[in-house]
Design a protein around this ligand. Structure first.
Ligand SMILES: [Mg+2]
Length: 202
């Protein structure tokens, strides 16, 4: 039997967009942009750091806002059902300092993500652990002889589909579906479960 890993994105799949929660918490419209708007992660982070600093949003203020943010409804239930059948790894372009409280709410699945650099309560920089880690991770799991199913919402994650054995979008933006009309779309967790079950039966 070949073992399967579900490679699942975090923001907009299991949790809300964390930076949008910060944007709403502090009324900073410029922080509403996500990878759905700017697909170059570096450019997006430069933009975010600029507006964090301009608005005096410290690391601790950000954490306080995020501590009030819940998982998406039914996310934990979905994840629990999924990990009955396969291993689950969250592949995310979030940062461990922001993602960790949500990982705890999800009963501590493994997460691969990046790092923020915080000095004197100010986010001064960030460090991408590796470029295009989602695609790279899926590639390595395959080399280790795992079957992989990938799911994500955004345009910039589509590199994973080329590597994964199967996958689908989860509630994607229009830009993503216009660019990749051939990729299946799950509109909710039931549909996502259906695509995964079909893949497992193959
Ligand atoms: Mg996402």
């Amino acid at each position: 039997m070949t073992q399967t890993i579900l490679c699942i994105d975090m923001e907009s799949v299991l949790t809300p967009e964390l930076w949008q929660a910060v944007a709403k918490g502090f009324w900073v419209e410029e922080l509403m942009l996500t990878t759905k708007d700017i697909d170059d992660n570096k450019k997006l982070m430069e933009h975010r750091l600029k507006y964090l600093n301009e608005n005096d949003i410290t690391y601790s203020k950000m954490q306080e806002i995020l501590s009030k943010v819940d998982l998406l409804p039914w996310a934990l239930d979905f994840l629990n059902r999924a990990r009955d059948k396969m291993q689950v790894i969250i592949l995310s372009d979030t940062f461990i300092q922001l993602g960790k409280p949500f990982v705890q709410k999800l009963w501590n699945p493994t997460i691969f993500c990046h790092d923020l650099i915080v000095e004197d309560d100010k986010i001064v920089d960030y460090k991408f652990r590796i470029q295009d880690q989602k695609t790279q991770a899926v590639k390595r799991f395959k080399q280790l002889n795992f079957k992989t199913f990938a799911t994500w919402d955004s345009f910039n994650d589509t590199g994973m589909i080329k590597e994964a054995d199967a996958g689908c979008f989860f509630q994607p933006g229009k830009k993503a579906t216009d660019a990749f009309p051939e990729i299946d779309i799950a509109n909710d967790y039931e549909e996502l479960k259906w695509y995964i079950d079909r893949f497992m039966e193959e």
